[in-house]
Design a protein around this ligand. Structure first.
Ligand SMILES: [Zn+2]
Length: 298
C-alpha cells in the first residue's frame, strides 16, 4: 500500500525542508537494505533504478520484486526509473510499475531536450506517473571513476529552467550545480549555491541532485534550504558493497557466492541510515502517510 506518488512525497519534503534519498538499486541485496533501513528510520524513500546500470541484467525481472517491496513497506515508497536512454524504455518502465520516470536527454540541445521530455510528460502524466526533467549536464558515470567519464559539465541556467519547466510540464527538475556522477579522488566538490537559489526562486518546484554521494554536511544543509528535495546516491553504496565482498573473499573460509555477500546488506544499511538522518527524512514517514493521499497508481 505505501507506494506513494513521488509528487506528493517530494512536495512534502520541499515544503518541510528535508530531502529524500533516491537510493540506487541494482540487486535484491540493495532492495532489501534500502527498504529495511527506511522502515527502521521511519523514512520515506525512493527506489532509484537507473537504466544504464542494468546493462548486464534484464530490468523486467527485478521489477516484480521492487513492486512487492514497495507495496509491503511500512513507509512511503516511490519507484523511479532514472537516466532512460530512449522513449521506449520509459514506456516499458511505466508498464512495469515505475511511478516516476526520467529521460536522459540533458546532453542534447535545449530545443531537443524540451521536445523529447515533453513527449515523455504527455505519456507519463496520462498514466499518473511523475516526471523528472534534467537541464544542464552532470558529467561522470554512476558507480565509476568520475575522471574517466567527465564530459563537459554544463551548469543549469535559471532563465532556461523557467522556460523548460513551463514547456515540458515536468514535476521536478534535476539541476547541474557542480556535482559529478561517480567516484571522485578528492571530496572538495564546489557547488554553485547562488545559481541554485536563483533556480529555486524562479521555479518553486522540488529540485533533484544527481551525483550526490560524498558531500559534506554543510553542503547538504544548504542544498536542502535551496530547494533540493531528492538526492540520488549510488556510487558510495556500490563502493561499500564491493568493499564488503572483497573483504569476505580475503578473510572468510567459505568462498562461495552467498558467503561473499555476507554483511553486504548490513554495510549498506549503515550508510543509508546515515544519509536518512543527515538529510532529515528519518522520522517523517508517518507525517507523509497521514497528511498526504497515498495512491496506488499502478
Ligand atoms: Zn544521475
Amino acid at each position: 500500500m505505501p507506494l506513494v506518488d513521488m509528487r506528493d512525497m517530494l512536495n512534502h519534503a520541499y515544503q518541510n525542508n528535508y530531502t529524500i534519498g533516491g537510493f540506487g538499486l541494482v540487486s535484491l541485496d540493495f532492495l532489501e537494505a534500502i527498504v529495511t533501513t527506511a522502515e527502521i528510520c521511519r523514512s520515506p524513500v525512493i527506489l532509484n533504478l537507473s537504466e544504464p546500470l542494468f546493462y548486464q541484467h534484464d530490468f523486467s525481472l527485478i521489477m516484480p520484486a521492487v513492486e512487492r517491496a514497495a507495496h509491503h513497506a511500512k513507509v512511503p515508497v516511490a519507484i523511479h526509473f532514472d537516466h532512460a536512454k530512449k522513449h521506449e524504455s520509459i514506456v516499458q518502465a511505466i508498464n512495469l510499475g515505475c511511478n516516476s520516470v526520467m529521460l536522459d536527454v540533458s546532453s542534447e540541445t535545449f530545443p531537443v531536450n524540451i521536445a523529447q521530455t515533453s513527449r515523455v510528460t504527455e505519456v507519463a502524466h496520462a498514466c499518473g506517473t511523475a516526471v523528472e526533467g534534467m537541464l544542464g549536464f552532470v558529467g561522470g558515470v554512476e558507480g565509476e571513476n568520475a575522471i574517466n567519464n567527465l564530459g563537459e559539465v554544463v551548469y543549469t541556467s535559471s532563465e532556461e529552467a523557467k522556460v523548460y519547466v513551463e514547456r515540458t510540464k515536468i514535476d521536478f527538475l534535476a539541476v547541474s550545480v557542480g556535482t559529478i556522477h561517480g567516484r571522485q579522488p578528492n571530496r572538495s566538490t564546489k557547488l554553485d549555491f547562488k545559481r541554485l537559489k536563483r533556480i529555486n526562486d524562479e521555479l518553486g518546484i522540488p529540485l533533484v541532485l544527481h551525483g550526490g554521494s560524498g558531500l559534506v554536511e554543510e553542503q547538504y544543509h544548504k542544498l536542502i534550504l535551496n530547494g533540493v528535495a531528492k538526492i540520488n546516491c549510488y556510487t558510495e553504496l556500490s563502493d561499500i558493497a564491493a568493499a564488503a565482498i572483497r573483504s569476505n573473499v580475503q578473510t572468510r573460509n567459505r568462498k562461495g557466492y552467498i558467503e561473499s555477500l555476507h554483511d553486504v546488506k548490513d554495510c549498506l544499511h549503515e550508510q543509508i541510515k546515515l544519509y536518512m538522518h543527515l538529510w532529515g527524512s528519518a522520522g517523517r514517514a508517518a507525517e507523509v502517510l497521514k497528511d498526504l493521499c497515498t495512491t496506488a497508481r499502478i
